[in-house]
Each structure stands twice: as C-alpha cells, then as structure tokens.
Ligand binder design. Structure first.
Ligand SMILES: C[S@@+](CC[C@H](N)C(=O)[O-])C[C@H]1O[C@@H](n2cnc3c(N)ncnc32)[C@H](O)[C@@H]1O
Length: 208
C-alpha cells in the first residue's frame, strides 16, 4: 500500500459510503430509524460528532438537513476536502451535499444555538480489548482525536437542547453511559447500538 493509499481521507464518492448509498436499506436502516426518519417525517438533525461524515452523509442521502459539528482541526479539514470533492462530482452527490452544513468547534458550545430537532452523538469510544478487529480508519481517527473523554458532558448538553430526541451511538455490548438517565429505547445491531432518548417526555432528568 502506498502512503497516499493509506492516508486517511473523507470520501463520499467511491468506496464504502457510495456502496451504502446504492445498496443500503433506505429509512429502514438502524441509524435512520433511531434518528426518527420515517415516511412523511424528516427531522432537522445535528450530528454533534461529525468525524468522517459517514453518518451525516447517510442521513442527508435520505432527505434530512444535517448540520455537522467537528472540533478537531485535522478532521474538520478532511471533511471540508471530502465535501468539496463530492460537490464537484455533482449529480446525486451535489444534491446530498446541499443538505449538509459543516461547523468547526466544540458541540458543547455550539449546540445551544442550533435549535436541533434530533441530535446524534457518536463519540470516540475507549479501544476494544481485541484491537486487531478495529478497522484501520478508526485507528487513524483515534490517532488524531484520541478518546472523547468529555462525551458524558456532551450528552448532558444535547439532552438539554434537543427538541425531539438525542441518539447515542455506542458499542452494542457496552454498558450504558454512566451519569446519564436511562434511554427511552434501544436499537441493537451486530456491533453497534443506538440508545434513543425521547425529549417529548422530557430530555432532561436526573442522572442515575
Ligand atoms: C467516532 S468519530 C464520529 C464518526 C462519525 N459518526 C462518522 O460517521 O464518520 C467522533 C468524532 O467526534 C468528534 N468530537 C467528539 N466530541 C466532540 C465535540 N464535543 N464537539 C465536536 N466534535 C467532537 C471527534 O473529534 C471525532 O472526530
């Protein structure tokens, strides 16, 4: 593998993301269901942990307006670059990118002003024991951003400011995030779990 081939980049136009765009399961996918997308209902979403932008791209491809927040300078630069290339590609990519907005900063600071209906939180989790199973890209992101030690504080801010729901993307077998009230329901995948906190019943509440 040449260095260029191995370098981390945001790529919406080829590879895994484009494949999922063509062959994914539409609004029946776990992420879409967790965020509340269904026939006739498309919430305005804030992805508070944009990373490589994959979740945001998927949600935008299903019709959602997505505001992405990324605090790492490096990841933000990679996202800007990948988004510019996708816009240049035009067609369906240009159309999807027209629904994606990227902000640079800490979501704990920016979320209160965004009037989000649904907020997605996908923090960098502590490394799994079997690190050989962790994909190369995830290892590369971790080398850049480390572990998001303040994810509990981010959840607390999100729970105070989402109008409809907060969704925490978390390893399937991990214990619930400490210090956060129990979720309303979970959507369980093979390796990933979505803990959904509905706000119509009061997002804020005593931590447990
Ligand atoms: C696991 S990655 C997210 C992957 C993303 N869901 C995707 O589909 O590519 C976590 C990202 O969230 C960012 N992040 C974590 N906490 C943040 C915060 N408080 N504000 C902004 N960005 C944050 C990290 O810098 C990292 O890039």
């Amino acid at each position: 593998m040449t260095p260029a081939e191995g370098a981390l980049r945001v790529d919406f136009v080829t590879g895994a993301v484009a494949h999922r765009l063509r062959f994914g399961g539409g609004r029946g996918q776990d992420l879409a269901k967790a965020m509340g997308l269904r026939a006739g209902k498309t919430p305005k979403i804030v992805d508070a942990t944009a990373g490589l932008g994959r979740d945001s791209f998927l949600l935008a491809s299903l019709g959602a307006e997505v505001t992405m927040i990324e605090r790492s300078d490096v990841m933000h630069g990679l996202l800007q670059d990948g988004m510019a290339r996708a816009r240049q590609e035009g067609g369906v990519f240009g159309e999807i990118l027209s629904r994606m907005t990227l902000l640079h900063g800490d979501a704990k600071v920016l979320l209160p002003d965004l009037d989000a209906e649904a907020i997605l939180i996908d923090p960098m989790h502590p490394p799994r024991k079997n690190s050989a199973l962790v994909k190369r890209e995830l290892r590369q992101v971790r080398e850049i951003v480390g572990t998001d030690e303040d994810c509990e504080a981010l959840m607390q801010v999100a729970l105070r400011h989402a109008r409809q729901r907060v969704v925490l993307k978390w390893p399937a077998k991990a214990a619930p995030m400490p210090g956060i009230k129990p979720c309303s329901h979970q959507i369980l995948g093979k390796s990933t779990r979505y803990d959904v906190f509905m706000c119509s019943i009061g997002c804020e509440g005593p931590a447990v």
